[in-house]
Ligand binder design. Structure first.
Ligand SMILES: Nc1ncnc2c1ncn2[C@@H]1O[C@H](COP(=O)(O)OP(=O)(O)OP(=O)(O)O)[C@@H](O)[C@H]1O
Length: 229
């Protein structure tokens, strides 16, 4: 589903590459933790998958397609296959839970009928079926992150990328978020989660990919966090 083939990325004006010769394959349906110290290249990795960046060398393939060669008009279609969730939720203020999730579908031209079935189904999956008419500003952090997850997967993307999704949440709330991500993964979505949360990584024992200063230094099945922050 995601393939990095000898990928290097150097930002303009930088002497050191942010990623160096990274080769890996993430199969359909996998759950992968992406770990590494601050500045090790995790966000660069994520941005390459989303084709916000192009590799300086090598190729990034998403669902079999080399993203470098994609013309600009095909990029939105690529991104629709990839749901994204961030540490800071990024919800629309002043709107309800339902409106936040529906918005993602409205802007991509879904019919009202599809929106009426997809939005409640997605909110049900994250455990917010009873909060659809609440303003997101009035929800707890954990609930807001659930809304963001519902929005990310409402169009049933093949891949979900979560960049520090528990970074602003307390440990108990984080466990709830991980249950939701696990449920989405079990339904067939490939999940890549960049995280500094060692407790979660050590508890869930999924595949762990570690970056260190731009190098892929570990790719471990049923892995642990594995380093001291
Ligand atoms: N837009 C940019 N221009 C120049 N250098 C950048 C840019 N973005 C990131 N970098 C550099 O690339 C390297 C990797 O950064 P990246 O943001 O991918 O790390 P990260 O692992 O996501 O860090 P964090 O855990 O703090 O989010 C760092 O040295 C960073 O300073």
């Amino acid at each position: 589903m995601i393939r990095f083939d000898n990928v290097s990325k150097k930002y303009p004006g930088q002497t050191r590459a942010a990623l160096r010769n990274v080769t890996l394959d993430i199969d359909t349906g996998e759950f992968v933790f992406l770990v590494g110290r601050s500045g090790s290249g995790k966000s660069t990795f994520v941005r390459l998958v989303l084709r916000e960046l192009r590799p300086t060398r090598g190729a990034v393939l998403v669902d079999g397609r080399d993203t470098s060669g994609l013309p600009a008009w095909r990029v939105p279609k690529l991104r629709r296959q990839i749901g994204t969730v961030f540490q800071d939720f990024r919800l629309l203020p002043g709107k309800t839970v339902r409106e936040n999730v529906a918005f993602a579908l409205q802007v991509t031209g879904y019919s009202r009928r599809d929106i009426r079935t997809l939005v409640p189904a997605s909110l049900e999956m994250v455990g917010l079926a009873d909060k659809q008419d609440r303003l997101t500003d009035e929800l707890s952090g954990g609930e807001q992150q659930r809304v963001a997850i519902a929005r990310a997967v409402v169009n049933r993307p093949k891949i979900l990328i979560a960049d520090e999704p528990t970074g602003n949440l307390d440990p108990t709330t984080s466990v709830g978020i991980m249950k939701v991500l696990d449920r989405i993964n079990r339904l067939g979505t490939t999940v890549v989660m960049a995280t500094h949360d060692s407790t979660i990584v050590d508890q869930l024992r999924k595949r762990v990919i570690e970056l260190d200063d731009g190098d892929l230094v570990r790719d471990q099945g049923k892995g642990t966090y594995g380093y001291q922050a």
